[in-house]
Design a protein around this ligand. Structure first.
Ligand code: FAD
Length: 287
C-alpha cells in the first residue's frame, strides 16, 4: 500500500486518477481505517487530504459558507457564524460518534462513506448543500443528495474527490434542525434521522422547506412531499400531521437488529415533525 499526502486538490485528483488498483481518499479515517483494520478493504493507494490548505478551513463566501473536505466535525461547532446560520447542520455533525471521533471525522467523509444512516447527510440535504467535486475533467458541483447512490457507493468518478461542501446563504426567518433516534444515548448508528430546513415570510407563512430522512432507504432521501405539506401554511398542527404522514409514506426501510420496518416508518414521521417544530422555533427567533 502506498501513502501520499499531496498539497493541492489537483495533485490529489491526479494521484487517484493514475492509480490502477484500489485508491481511497483518507480524511479523518474514522470509517476508512476501521474498515482497513477489519480487512473489509485493502487499498493500493491512500491519499491523505489533510495537508491540502484549501480543504482545511470553513470560509464565509458571497453565497454562504464553504466547509473544506478535511475540516473535522468538532470545528463546525467551534465556528460561531456557522452555528448561528445552520444550527441543524452543526448539531448533526456534533452527533457523530464521541468527542474523540469528532476531532477527526469530517462531514465530507460521512457523506462519501455513503451510509444511509450517516448523521450529517440529512441535515446537509435539508440545507440544500452542494458538494464541490474536483476530478481530471475539472470542477463540478452536485447536490449532496446525489453523492451517495447506494449503501457504500457514490456517484464520484475515477480520479474525483470532494474538495468542499457549500452551504447557501440564509434568508431572514430561517431555521433548520436534525434529530435522530438511537437505542442508547450516544455512539450508535441512527435507526432513523430527520433533517428539516425552512424559511418563513414576514407574516409567518412557510415560504420554503426541505425535508430529508436517513436510515429509511438505501440512501438519504429528500422528501419533497413532506416539504410541500409545510409550504404555504403557518406550520400548524394540520400541516405537521401532513408532513409526518408524507415522511412515513416515503420510507423504504429494512428490518435489522436496531429496528423493524414498521418501527422505522412510524419514527420517521415523529422525528420529521419534531425536527420541523425545532426548525420553526429557530426561524421565528431570527427576525
Ligand atoms: C466509534 C465510532 C462512532 C461513530 N459514530 C457515528 C455516528 O454517530 N454517526 C455517523 O454518521 N457516523 C459515525 N461513525 C462513522 C464515521 O465516524 C463518520 O462516517 C465520519 O464522518 C467519517 O468521516 P472521516 O473523515 O473519518 O472519513 P474517512 O474514514 O476518512 O473516509 C470515509 C470514506 O469516504 C471517502 N472520502 C473521505 N473524504 C473524501 C473526499 N474528500 N472525497 C472523496 N472521498 C472521500 C474515503 O475514501 C472513505 O471511503 C462512527 C465511527 C466510529 C469509529
Amino acid at each position: 500500500m502506498r501513502y501520499e499526502a499531496p498539497k493541492t486538490t489537483k495533485e490529489a485528483s491526479a494521484l487517484l486518477a493514475k492509480e490502477k488498483g484500489l485508491a481511497h481518499v483518507l480524511a479523518g479515517g474514522t470509517d476508512l481505517l476501521v474498515r482497513m483494520k477489519s480487512g473489509f478493504v485493502e487499498p493500493d493507494l491512500v491519499v491523505d487530504i489533510k495537508r491540502i490548505e484549501a480543504m482545511r478551513k470553513i470560509t464565509p463566501t458571497a453565497k454562504g459558507f464553504r466547509i473544506g473536505g478535511a475540516v473535522a466535525s468538532a470545528e463546525l461547532g467551534e465556528n460561531a457564524a456557522l452555528r448561528k446560520a445552520w444550527p441543524g447542520v452543526v448539531e448533526a455533525a456534533r452527533l457523530i460518534g464521541s468527542t474523540q471521533i469528532q476531532g477527526r471525522a469530517t462531514v465530507v467523509g460521512n457523506m462519501c462513506n455513503a451510509s444511509p444512516a450517516a448523521d450529517s447527510v440529512p441535515a446537509m440535504v435539508a440545507a440544500g448543500a452542494k458538494a464541490i467535486v474536483v476530478g481530471p475533467k475539472g470542477r463540478r458541483e452536485i447536490p449532496v443528495e446525489e453523492v451517495a447512490i447506494a449503501p457504500g457507493k457514490t456517484s464520484l468518478k475515477k480520479g474525483e474527490l470532494v474538495e468542499a461542501i457549500d452551504l447557501p446563504k440564509r434568508p431572514p426567518r430561517s431555521g433548520d434542525a436534525y434529530l435522530r433516534f438511537i437505542p442508547r444515548s450516544e455512539m450508535d448508528i441512527a435507526v432513523v434521522g430527520a433533517g428539516v430546513s425552512l424559511t418563513l415570510g414576514t407574516d409567518g407563512t412557510c415560504k420554503e422547506a426541505r425535508v430529508a430522512l436517513g436510515a429509511v432507504g438505501p440512501r438519504v432521501m429528500l422528501v419533497k412531499e413532506a416539504a410541500a405539506a409545510l409550504v404555504g401554511t403557518k406550520v400548524d398542527a394540520k400541516a405537521l400531521d401532513k408532513l409526518a404522514a408524507a415522511a412515513s409514506a416515503a420510507c423504504r426501510p429494512i428490518d435489522d437488529k436496531r429496528g423493524t420496518k414498521e418501527f422505522r416508518i412510524e419514527v420517521a414521521g415523529v422525528l420529521a415533525r419534531r425536527a420541523a417544530e425545532k426548525a420553526l422555533e429557530r426561524a421565528r427567533s431570527k427576525k
